[in-house]
Ligand binder design. Sequence first.
Ligand code: GLY
Length: 399
Amino acid sequence: MIREITTLFALAAATAACAPAENDFTTAALDYCAAQSRRSLDELPADYTVTPRNVAPDAAQWHARPVCKEEWTEGFWPGILWYDYEYTGDERFRTAAEGYTEALDFITRGPAYDHDTGFIIFCSYGNGYRLTGRDDYREAILRTADYMAELFNPAAGTILSWPREVPTFDGHNTIMDNMINLETLFWAAEQTGDRRYADIARSHADRTMLNNFREDGTSYHVAVYALPGGEFLRGCTHQGYADDSMWARGQAWGIYGFTMCYRFTGDERYRDFAARIADVYMERLPADMVPYWDFDDPRIPDAPHDASAAAVVASALLELSTYCEGDTSARFRDSAERMLRSLDAGYRSGERNPSFLLHSTGHHPAGSEIDYSIIYADYYFIEALMRLHRLEQGLPVVG
Ligand code: GLY
């Protein structure tokens, strides 16, 4: 806890010492995020149980939704507020971050609805614990790890991502997004010393590496396993263009997830795999470094973009750059910075609405959130900027 709080003050002091210079991209972008977040706080309902989700292309305000177990995005807004607090030290952000975080307590009390509990709780309580060291936040994350562990199927070797979709896929399903939620399990193993959490996370990562990827390093959104035997049956899509296409955010979750696995395990297979699938992703990016929603949509270049995928990958590459050496490290860091500068220059919401970024795509096949501002794009954008800011201050990339 002392380490976390010391780090917060070190970052605040470093921020103050380096007052935003005109040409300082990172601090200018973080100042922009803080200003947009203040605007959101002014405009949102005075109710911590209602959180911002998206802004339609023709709208000027957040569409906010009541928190409920069926949502997967309600941890991102408190996570953004924690990052705003970390950067600015403004108590208004801390008060709001606490309020929105604690409104999610009921989700930590299960039963686990699906793997997304990890997203919801680690972005909110995880950042809150990192910055405050509060015991009740730690307990909330540990409860969540237990619920996620309950979804583990030893026969398949992975977590069941979507329990309610077993009939749809006619089997145990494991989606690429689930890689992000291994962080809760690895973290719980470190906190408690109980290797069971880490064993589940490693098994899940290994099976995902094997079955959610094709030979060429592109990913399937969904891997389906037989019940009850656990044999791998097939790879397919849910949110991508086609079963054999590369859905941009799916590949992004993979790059981020395997990088994070290396952070906790030091297993070079995870780092090297993250680097390989990052290269596969980057080789096919358009000039502005922000992908179309699916790399194989035949309408490209007229297909919608997905700024959220770019933000996720930028954040991941900044971390990955610190685990690599020489030219590889420099290339990942440079690519991440170019992605962030491109998002900042060409995708800012600015006056149009109070989010940070325009042009994300949620669930294209369902016709949902196409070319919207979406809260998770903003979360990974500010996270990536904070990581860059930390690196510029000579601090570890992950606080
Ligand atoms: N986790 C769902 C998505 O990336 O849209």
